[in-house]
Design a protein around this ligand. Structure first.
Ligand code: SAH
Ligand code: SF4
Ligand code: F3S
Length: 466
């Protein structure tokens, strides 16, 4: 069972476990925002006396933090719930409690439906109400089956505990920080505007305070998160309206913070100040995840992306002009309704023009309630599979070429964790690639100068220099 449901990276508390300590196992699906949320929920439950565990058998409470983006992701949850139900029955025979909670985007999208389909579930909580988790848990323990999927009026971030030093340390030298949630773009294939609600930015001072706290606890690299992170906007100390470029500028003044990244961006929100940040801020890593989804203008229009393929390519050109070292990453969907072979060829052509260092590509999945689900011209599964294969072959070729092009370069490496071999450490290149290095005398959290000596399919090899 444990290998069926592998643990997310949850922190161990500092306090030693006692026989009476209750334990929570959190399984995270989906995007980095869910990873961040899982950490915040773990912190909130720690205040309530729950210790995080990575062993399912030890858990008194299991939370599945779910993703609704594609059908497969959502269905996975129900198969896990089937296994957890059996476990709950076995526990009941021993007279032991075992509570099951569903959080995240499936919780938001399906609400009570989850209780109907999976009677073993005790509580269902959507992403906007995680700060109510301890209270919901109390009600569930009294036998109520709790569903919390309202969009809370209060800001959940004001009510969730900020990252604590001990937990942050245990999580490592890199951290996620959510700065923006929700989406108003309504791409016709996408559930996010329905599961995460409309766009909300956290205030600049709260973000800066959280970043400073992370750095005090030893974090060297922060990745700012948002469904549309570059739609972030806020008010500066002098009352002036600011965008993500200004926020990055402010964060890069934090001493001890060595590297900053952000994800995921929408092409429509890449403004001049953000592009300038890539020129002006040495701490901002030369890596940009900028999904385009398709290279066909007809399909882009049907997707409601509100830009053309040429505009996207021109935008990449403008960013590369100020930061020639930039690695581009993207997301693609094949087989959106109405996509012809010629449309798909336009996507292949765009990929050849841009040259991606990294990419994620998916077969279109019809999502209930989205406009795409009602569109004519749904593409047969076989055609989608065949196109995905061709696209992934091209993207893999580009990724391999990018990695091979790194061999011989001297770069700074942030050491993140022990490697497989004794004395070896694994770090990340500025372009987010894992790099293995023999770094004797160096520690996790150090930034070391290395020369890239080799490139494997998923990671690089390097030697320390100087
Ligand atoms: N906010 C980001 C994307 C968030 S979802 C953006 O605007 O780009 C992450 C990725 O999942 C998307 O970029 C898209 O490629 C993919 N995706 C979203 N809905 C999908 C669907 N219905 N079928 C297949 N892939 C989908
Ligand atoms: Fe989904 Fe589009 Fe919003 Fe991205 S921009 S989260 S793809 S609706
Ligand atoms: Fe999935 Fe929700 Fe993230 S649908 S991709 S977990 S915002």
């Amino acid at each position: 069972m444990t290998d069926q449901i592998s643990a997310t990276e949850v922190a161990e508390q500092q306090t030693p476990a006692t026989a009476s300590t209750r334990k929570v196992f959190v399984k995270t699906y989906g995007c980095q925002m869910n990873v961040y949320d899982s950490e915040r929920m773990t912190d909130a439950l720690a205040k309530d006396g729950y210790e995080a565990t990575t062993t399912l058998e030890d858990a008194d409470l299991v939370l599945l933090n779910t993703c609704h983006i594609r059908e497969k992701a959502a269905e996975k949850v129900y198969s896990q719930l089937g296994r957890l139900r059996d476990m709950k029955k076995a526990r009941a025979k021993e007279g032991r409690d075992f509570m099951i909670g569903v959080t995240g985007c499936v919780a938001q999208a399906e609400g009570d439906e989850i209780l109907r389909r999976a009677p073993a579930v005790d509580l269902v909580i959507g992403p906007q109400t995680y700060h109510r988790l301890p209270e919901a848990l109390r009600r569930a323990k009294q036998g109520e089956r709790v569903v919390e999927t309202d969009y809370a009026i209060e800001d959940k971030f004001d009510h969730l505990p900020a990252p604590q030093k001990a937990q942050t340390r245990a999580r490592g030298v890199t951290a996620f920080l959510t700065v923006q949630e929700g989406c108003d773009k309504f791409c016709t294939f996408c559930v996010v505007p329905y599961t995460r609600g409309s766009e909300v930015s956290r205030p600049m001072d709260k973000i800066v305070a959280e970043a400073e706290r992370l750095v005090e606890a030893g974090v060297r690299e922060i990745t700012l998160l948002g469904q549309n992170v570059n739609a972030w906007h806020g008010i500066g100390p002098d009352g002036v309206e600011l965008g993500l470029g200004a926020l990055l500028g402010r964060l890069s003044k934090i001493e001890g913070l060595a590297r900053i990244r952000y994800t995921t961006s929408h092409p429509r929100d890449m403004d001049d100040a953000l592009i300038a940040a890539h020129r002006d801020l040495p701490k901002l890593m030369p890596y940009l995840h900028l999904p385009v989804q398709s290279g066909s203008d007809r399909i882009l229009k049907a997707m409601n992306r509100r830009h053309t393929a040429a505009e996207y390519v021109a935008l990449i050109g403008r960013i590369r002009a100020v930061q020639p070292d930039l690695a581009i990453s993207g997301d693609f969907i094949v087989g959106f309704p109405g996509e012809s072979e010629a449309d798909f060829e336009d996507t292949m052509a765009l990929v050849r023009t841009v040259g991606y260092a990294q990419a994620f590509s998916f077969k279109y999945s019809t999502r209930p309630g989205t406009p795409g689900a009602e569109m004519d011209g749904q593409v047969p599964e076989g055609v989608k599979s065949e196109r995905l294969e061709r696209l992934q072959a091209l993207l893999f070729q580009q990724q391999t070429a990018f990695a091979a092009g790194c061999v011989g370069k001297e770069i700074d490496l942030l050491l993140e964790k022990p490697g497989r071999m004794p004395g070896q450490l694994v770090g990340r290149s500025p372009w987010l690639q894992p790099v293995n290095v023999d770094a004797k005398g160096s520690e996790i959290g150090d930034i070391v100068r290395v020369r890239i000596t080799g490139a494997g399919p998923n990671s690089l090899f390097a030697e320390a220099i100087g």
